[in-house]
Design a protein around this ligand. Structure first.
Ligand code: XMP
Length: 468
């Protein structure tokens, strides 16, 4: 084919903004829609959402919150392998209910502790030392009587509840025996259960032993890291911008033979990449799909390459179906900015989506809160940005520098509060979207969804936004 022919035969790389879902006949009320799915071959989720392995997004708190809400967090690898494994192991021993950090310190002033607990409407609280050990329990009534003294003088014996005795702890709270109960794991305080935690039960995604789910990112070339993480995680996720590379695929093949956790590979962006990954890697338990579509990506301007998640997911799903590999879940990764985008990704054949930008502004995201004037923000940066790459080389001497050019940017995103409420809103939107598409679950969505292109192209709501 001549060059002109190549240009004229250019593929149409649909992005989330290019298409809509055509409404269909809904079999039931959106509130009854089932959004459960699989992240990878053996990892089941209650909501189709994972958090990106990025150093401004997923560490301990995000991973715990993601699993509590029915999804999964993928811990980033911009840290020494021992630290990443330690975070994964802590997620595995975290209580599968929301806990708070409500406690007082033994050296706290009684009056201050009294005011704090009264402001929360609590009658008692655990006492935790600076090194994270549970050292006592204190009642508001005792604090009131000790004016001028310290908490240590009036506290009682601690009331530790092991995480594995969670049901017992919840019943004790519900019986009114106490307003707060501290949970401990491996001798350390891990959080406080309050009456709210027992009432406000979430539906976590759990492993076969009732522990929270967690995944971790690895370079396919870092077998040592994968071996270490394999003891704790449900899935290992390769973190390569362009997995369709002979060396990366060969390395992942070796990794697949060594680890027992599910192995999710990517990122891939085309049907050819999916077929090669299946053929060469041997064990593929999930595919991470989408290249250069992320909010912080500059790959399309640095290298000119682009496989937006929506188009890539559809291409990869077709390839999997044609190769008898329909059971391999596809994860749509990059460029998702709304629940509507999630519905479109699922409708194009994804089993779940991976989010960076949408979760980066939450409390649980791993970057610190910053204030600029009156407004609050959280930093968010690409993992191939200059800053993130510098950090990777500083903390991990095993990392391979395959490219010397940055393909991501660094910035801030508006602060958005708790990830739990962000996820709850997204899930409601996704359920509504499945309802509009005429589906009661994700499998039905794959069968029934119809895409439409608005002609002439007009973004609904635009008129309002431009109106003065
Ligand atoms: P969103 O749009 O959710 O995208 O913020 C997150 C995804 O973007 C990918 N990623 C990068 N891509 N340069 C890139 O080209 C980067 O520096 C970079 N960092 C992350 C990654 O797939 C992530 O899940």
């Amino acid at each position: 084919m001549g060059f002109l022919g190549k240009l004229q035969g250019a593929e149409r790389l649909f992005t989330f903004d290019d298409v809509y879902i055509v409404p269909g006949r809904a079999p039931l009320d959106p509130s009854k829609v089932d959004v459960s799915t699989r992240f990878s071959r053996r990892v089941r989720l209650l909501i189709p959402i994972s958090s990106s392995p990025m150093d401004t997004v997923t560490e301990y708190e995000m991973a715990v919150a993601m699993s509590l809400m029915g999804g999964i967090g993928v811990i980033h690898r911009n840290m020494p392998r021992e630290q990443q494994a330690e975070i994964a192991s802590r997620v595995k021993s975290a209580p599968p209910v929301p806990t708070s950090r409500i406690y007082v310190a033994p050296e706290d002033d009684c009056d201050k502790a009294y005011d704090y607990l009264r402001s929360l409407g609590l009658r008692d609280a655990p006492v935790v030392s600076q090194d994270g050990k549970l050292v006592g329990h204190v009642r508001v009534s005792s604090l009131r009587g000790c004016g001028g003294g310290r908490v240590a003088q009036v506290m009682e014996a601690p009331r530790p509840f092991e995480v594995r005795r969670l049901e017992e702890a919840l019943s004790f709270l519900e019986s009114g025996g106490s307003d707060t109960l501290p949970l401990v794991a491996a001798g350390s305080y891990v959080g406080t259960l309050t009456f709210d935690s027992s009432l406000d039960r979430v539906t976590p995604s759990l492993d076969s032993e009732g522990r929270l789910l967690v995944a971790a990112a690895v370079s396919p070339f870092d077998l040592e890291r994968a071996r270490l993480l394999d003891k704790y995680v449900d899935a290992l996720v390769t973190d390569v911008a362009h997995f369709h590379n002979d060396e990366a695929m060969a390395a992942a093949k070796a990794m697949g033979r060594e680890v027992s956790a599910d192995l999710v590979v990517g990122n891939v962006g085309t049907r050819e990449a999916a077929v090669d990954a299946l053929t060469i890697v041997e064990r593929v338990d999930g595919l991470r799909v989408g290249i250069a579509g992320g909010s912080i990506c500059t790959t399309s301007s640095v290298g000119g390459a682009y496989a937006p998640a929506l188009w890539a997911v559809a291409a990869v799903r077709d390839a999997l179906d044609e190769h008898g590999a329909s059971d391999i879940p596809v994860i749509a990764d990059g460029g998702i900015r709304s629940s509507g985008d999630i519905v479109k990704a699922l409708a194009a054949g994804a089993s779940s989506v991976m989010l960076g930008y949408m979760l980066a502004g939450t409390d649980e995201a791993s970057a610190p809160l910053i204030r600029i004037g009156e407004a609050a923000y959280k930093p968010y940066r690409g993992m191939a940005s200059k800053g993130a790459m510098q950090r990777r080389f500083a903390v991990d001497r095993y990392t391979r520098a395959s490219k010397r050019v940055a393909e991501g940017v660094e910035g801030v995103v508006p602060y958005r509060g708790s990830v739990m409420s962000v996820l709850a809103d997204l899930v409601e939107g996704v359920k509504a979207g499945l309802g509009y598409a005429g589906a009661s679950n994700i499998r039905e969505l794959w069968e029934r969804a119809r895409f439409g292109v608005a002609v002439p192209k007009q973004v609904p709501g635009e008129l309002f936004r431009t109106g003065q």
